[in-house]
Design a protein around this ligand. Structure first.
Ligand code: CDP
Ligand code: CDP
Length: 203
């Protein structure tokens, strides 16, 4: 049986952390769709044309170690505004979403474009300052030499570009449940997401 949980939201809101935990809780598969755009963006840094980079993507590209850097994030957000790039990635995401056994996908347009029929749609957010602080700590803990201000600027530039683009912009689906994690621990954010899924399963 297919059951899709769509989790969207701005950069570093906690989508991935919540998605992973929700998927583990229900025994569902998880796809971080940001990795598709990051892997595509990374290829363009070597000079490959964006659409060609998206079409040539292989599952193994998503495991590359250098996808989490701010440079790659910016490249991802630039290629993500190109409709042909997004189009090249649709079938893979939809097949993943409707696989047997349940799936959690996180990104920007899962509830609006990729899986408008998803059984559960969440829009995970947090204030700009909280998101920047979390991503700053994460990067610093992984050995990146950066500052809170640089991380905040990266997130705001991407959020603005992602929200303003014509193709599948970042925005909550009309029927998405909003979870603001600004004041929540990871455990609290995960518990509130699981409660939304339980409510749908019980109803
Ligand atoms: O996937 P997304 O970019 O939305 O965010 P993430 O990578 O899941 O989370 C960004 C950082 O915030 C990670 O280091 C998480 O551990 C942390 N986080 C947190 O401190 N509190 C939460 N409620 C959620 C995430
Ligand atoms: O982890 P973080 O939230 O910082 O970024 P991400 O989810 O890995 O996404 C990187 C970039 O890919 C975003 O800034 C978007 O431009 C793009 N993206 C998208 O357009 N659609 C998606 N479904 C996922 C990511």
């Amino acid at each position: 049986m297919a059951f899709t949980i769509a989790i969207d939201g701005p950069a570093a809101a906690g989508k991935g952390t919540v998605s992973k935990a929700v998927a583990a809780h229900f025994g569902f598969a998880h796809l971080d769709t940001g990795l598709l755009y990051r892997a595509t963006g990374r290829r363009t840094l070597d000079g490959t044309a964006p659409v060609e980079a998206a079409r040539a993507l292989r599952a193994s590209d998503l495991e590359a170690g250098d996808l989490r850097t701010p440079d790659v994030a910016q490249a991802a957000s630039r290629v993500a505004a190109i409709p042909e790039v997004r189009q090249a990635l649709v079938d893979f995401q939809r097949a993943f979403a409707r696989r047997d056994g349940g799936a959690v996908l996180d990104g920007r347009d899962i509830g609006t474009v990729i899986c408008p029929e998803a059984e559960v749609k969440l829009f995970v957010t947090a204030s700009d300052a909280v998101r920047a602080e979390r991503r700053f700590r994460e990067l610093r803990d992984n050995g990146f030499d950066t500052t809170f201000e640089a991380v905040l600027a990266d997130l705001q530039t991407r959020d603005t570009r992602d929200s303003a683009r014509a193709a599948a912009p970042l925005k909550p689906a009309e029927d998405a449940v909003r979870i603001d994690t600004s004041q929540m621990s990871i455990d609290q954010a995960v518990a509130s997401a699981i409660a939304e899924v339980d409510a749908r399963l019980d109803g």
